[in-house]
Write a new protein. Structure first.
Length: 604
């Protein structure tokens, strides 16, 4: 993806490894490269980009192209039994109507051994919304896809077992399979702030024939926290800080000190370990009492610039990381293979204080996070992009699409000056959302000083599947909230409309509903901002919105991964107000983050 930005960043080039490229390979390996997954082998690392190109990085600094893999959505990777395994969802045919969940097994040098098909589906809607790594043991790998947890023998290329998924956070602990579920129900229409929600968590263990409750495994959890599979058990986290832990034989959930957060979102490896980068470039690993220094340093980290994008893995006997550091004129990605270091107590590794915020808040931001589809490797940096812009520019409100509940939990903990004022759940349980609560949809966050209130959410009547079942299909809808007092009151809304490739006229009808529902809920005379991924391109959506007095506050291309082409705009912020001024907009596109661009609008 090109960088189209008002923030002074140029094209991203990959330097793999840090200093040299293999002879004759530079034209291919040094081009712009959007990383999807990194995997550590034994003294070697592998980089899979989002086109399916796989690069092998050896410990001596040599690089080579290892293989060409399918272009996976929801990508994952790990090392198992001396082999490198990548997987995800592969589309076959136009519009991704035929979906295939599979794993590709490579030998230790990255040469193809076999491909194992796990699930297939045809037609739309499809319950095959993703494929997620659960864990590995011995020669086997567990993958979650299409409602089944599947055990694959990667050495022989056979499916050994299939276990029904209960819809929670599956985890392999000491050879046993667990699932931690949450009562995360969602209604298609409603009112009220999501922050009043309390989740009940239930822990189950597979006994070989059925799921059985685990004594001492049930607990409750307030909104803003999520529970995750972690090495040796489960953790409940507030944002990224651990507050409780469960392990077999411990007699239930144990409270722990929250610890200190790192300066960046934690990047999770395929083994469940978590790493981050300190403001001085030190590589940190998460521990029970906070971050610990590994003794390694990531080059090029500069406080105040766009946060470093980190991908890291430790599954194959080495520690392999790739980091994109943003400097004047662009970003440079470096990768290194390291022996796994012993973590030591961190000194001076506390979080960087947020940048001073402008006062008062001004403008609106919008971002399609691509949180589930783009995979774990991308998610942490997408969160960092949001936090950086909000901390530096302090918008009145932020619209988020394709947001997992865990993204909201992270950002509300990291941005205490903002509230998750309204949310719409498009999918009740999404395979590739992290944590026990796997809701997925649209979120409106509002500056707390604007006293956000009057939250509403609505499912559109126009859908590609009628009736729409959010257990199997992304049911499109909208979320809105009010901020400000008196004459300064403003309604902020967010939506994600249907893709034209699945229903050419559906998104058009949803635009009309979007405007109409905002009037029904809040009246015709209230100042309104309608943001979202409109999926239509600017010309088509603006023609409809202009009829009701809305004008576009954003004017630049926002995606190179969707149709219509990149020359058009699908993410936008629209505003209707009798006293609106000339808007100022900016667009930031980062290939190491979401496949959409971050858009801002000011001078509303």
């Amino acid at each position: 993806m090109r960088l189209l930005t008002a923030y002074g960043l140029g094209a991203l080039l990959v330097s793999v490894p840090i200093d040299t490229l293999a002879p004759g390979s530079a034209p291919d390996l040094a081009r712009e490269r959007a990383l999807a997954v990194v995997v550590a082998g034994d003294g070697v690392g592998f980089v899979l980009d989002r086109t399916g190109d796989l690069v092998r990085v050896a410990g001596d600094g040599s690089v080579s192209r290892a293989a060409s893999l399918p272009r996976y959505s929801t990508p994952f990777g790990t090392s198992v039994a001396g082999r490198v395994v990548f997987g995800g969802i592969r589309c076959d045919g136009s519009g991704c109507e035929h979906r295939i969940a599979e794993v590709t097994v490579l030998d230790g040098r990255g040469r193809h051994e076999r491909t194992v098909t796990l699930r297939q589906s045809s037609g739309w809607p499809s319950g095959l919304d993703g494929a997620a790594l659960v864990g590995a043991e011995g020669d086997t790998l567990w993958v979650n896809a299409d409602g089944l947890l599947t055990q694959v023998d990667v050495v022989r290329g056979r499916i050994l077992d299939e276990v029904p998924w209960t819809g929670g956070e599956p985890c392999l602990v000491d050879g046993d399979l667990y699932d931690l579920t949450a009562d995360a129900t969602a209604a298609p229409h409603g009112n009220g702030s999501p922050t009043s929600t309390t989740f009940s968590l239930r822990l189950l263990r597979w006994d070989g024939s059925a799921w059985a409750p685990v004594e001492g495994g049930d607990t409750s959890m307030p909104y803003g926290r999520n529970a995750h599979c972690a090495p040796g058990g489960y953790e409940t986290r507030g944002g990224d800080s651990t507050v409780a832990r469960w392990s077999p034989g411990e007699g239930g959930w144990q409270s722990v000190g929250a610890g200190r957060p790192a300066s960046l979102a934690w990047a999770t490896t395929s083994t469940g370990s978590r790493y981050s980068v300190g403001d001085d470039g030190s590589l940190l690993v998460a521990g029970g009492d906070g971050p610990h220094a590994t003794g390694l340093v990531v080059p090029g980290v500069e406080v105040g610039r766009m946060p470093t994008a980190l991908q890291i893995d430790d599954s194959g006997g080495s520690l392999f990381w790739c980091a994109t550091s943003y400097r004047e004129g662009g970003g440079v990605t470096s990768c290194a293979v390291e022996l796994v270091p012993a973590a030591r107590a961190a000194t001076g590794a506390a979080a960087v204080a947020p940048a001073p915020m402008a006062s008062p808040p001004q403008g609106v931001h919008h971002y399609n996070l691509c949180s589930a589809a783009c995979g774990d490797g991308v998610r942490a940096h997408s969160r960092d992009v949001v936090a950086w812009f909000v901390e530096h520019e302090r918008p009145e409100a932020l619209s988020l699409n394709e947001a997992c509940y865990d993204d909201v939990a992270h950002l509300t903990g990291r941005l205490p000056g903002y509230r998750a004022a309204a949310g719409y759940v498009a999918l009740g349980t999404t395979t590739n959302c992290s944590g026990a609560v796997k809701q997925f949809g649209n979120v409106v966050m509002v500056d707390a000083g604007l006293e956000p209130r009057l939250a509403t959410w609505d499912e559109f009547t126009a859908q590609t599947a009628v009736p729409c079942d959010r257990r199997h299909h992304e049911c499109r809808g909208m979320a809105c909230a009010v901020g400000g007092l008196g004459e300064q009151r403003r309604v902020y809304c967010s939506t994600h409309l249907e893709s034209p490739r699945r229903g050419p006229t559906v998104a058009t009808r949803q635009v009309v509903e979007y405007m109409g529902r905002a009037v029904e809920r809040y009246g015709a005379d209230v100042d309104k901002v309608l943001a979202g991924d409109f999926n239509l391109g600017r010309a088509a959506s603006e023609e409809l919105l202009a009829e009701q007095g809305y004008r576009s506050l954003t004017t630049r291309p926002t995606s190179s991964a969707h149709r219509p082409p990149a020359s058009d705009q699908i993410d936008a912020i629209y505003h209707v107000s009798s006293g609106a001024r000339q808007a100022t907009d900016a667009t930031y596109c980062d290939m190491q983050a979401s496949d959409h661009c971050y858009v801002t609008a000011s001078d509303l």
